[in-house]
Design a protein around this ligand. Structure first.
Ligand SMILES: Nc1ncnc2c1ncn2[C@@H]1O[C@H](COP(=O)(O)OP(=O)(O)OP(=O)(O)O)[C@@H](O)[C@H]1O
Length: 274
């Protein structure tokens, strides 16, 4: 059945029945299916340990670096199979990850960090690299101002921008973003969100993992909630942000009658009753 399924449309990420293990005993993902349509934004939500980073690692080919492996299912980008492929092959297929923790080369200049983003790119010349850099400087003017400065001197938000810029140097068709707002002040987070929207408007698809569910649901067209390695909920982001479960578990809202719900513990009630 699975092998005869039709290929995904061009530039669509198609994850089907994906199972991922770390070592012998940790089943981090179990039969997870998810699609990111060409140019769409999909948010991946879930509590700590739900499997969000694992899913991104499986797509970007970096699972083996973390001791993980795909134990079942398939990953494809359009008609290119990505299951178990090396990171460089995934980049060549047009899918590029911005790692969590905005890992930049702190001793290198901003400019050289951007150049490093071209390392996995095949068959495209210098003119294309220059054009990509100019587009990135237009998107992040602060990087242009600091192009000769060491990346380690940038603020946290600027380093996040540089990590995103470096990924964009490969001109991805799909960008994988792991926790872009982690540790950033709300104002900077809002700026990053605006840039993600711009990237999407320029035609690049985005799969974003985000602890900040409110931000993710505002950004995305579609969202998927993982719970202990399985898809618990999925649907249009606007619909999910209205769901009671999402509001309670991920947006930190209390049910309307919560204030009246628990006024005493059972033990207190028993004591008062005599
Ligand atoms: N390198 C690893 N080796 C062993 N187990 C791992 C490894 N990385 C993650 N896990 C386990 O896999 C499961 C999914 O973890 P993962 O990091 O993908 O979740 P997450 O949703 O991204 O969580 P967080 O928001 O905390 O990063 C967890 O049970 C985690 O302990």
């Amino acid at each position: 059945m699975r092998s005869t399924a039709p290929p995904a449309p061009p530039d669509t990420l198609d994850v089907r029945d994906l199972t991922v293990v770390y070592g012998r005993s940790v089943h981090a993902l179990q039969d997870v299916s998810l699609q990111v349509p060409a140019g769409g934004i999909v948010a991946l939500l879930g509590a700590n340990g739900a499997g969000k980073s694992t899913l991104l690692r499986a797509v970007s080919g970096t699972l083996p670096m973390h001791g993980g492996a795909v134990a079942g299912g398939t990953i494809a980008f359009g008609d290119t199979p990505l299951t178990g492929r090396a990171p460089a092959d995934v980049v060549a297929a047009g899918v590029v990850q911005v790692p969590e923790g905005r890992r930049v080369f702190s001793g290198l200049s901003v400019e050289d960090n951007l150049k490093a983003g071209r390392l996995g790119v095949r068959n495209r010349g210098r003119a294309d690299a220059r054009a990509a850099a100019e587009q990135i400087y237009a998107l992040f003017p602060v990087l242009a101002e600091r192009r000769r400065q060491a990346a380690g001197l940038l603020s946290g938000g600027e380093q996040q921008m540089l990590a995103m810029g470096r990924a964009l140097m490969a001109r991805p068709r799909l960008l994988l973003l792991d926790e872009p707002s982690l540790g950033l002040a709300p104002q900077i987070t809002a700026r990053i969100a605006r840039i993600v929207r711009q990237i999407h408007e320029q035609g690049t698809g985005v799969l974003v993992v985000e602890q900040n569910a409110a931000l993710a649901l505002e950004l995305a067209d579609h969202a998927c909630v993982l719970d202990v390695g399985r898809v618990r909920l999925e649907g249009p982001a606007a619909e999910l942000s209205r769901s009671d479960e999402v509001r309670r578990l991920y947006l930190g809202e209390q049910p309307e009658d919560e204030s009246a719900a628990v006024v005493a513990t059972p033990r207190e009630l028993a004591r008062w009753a005599g």
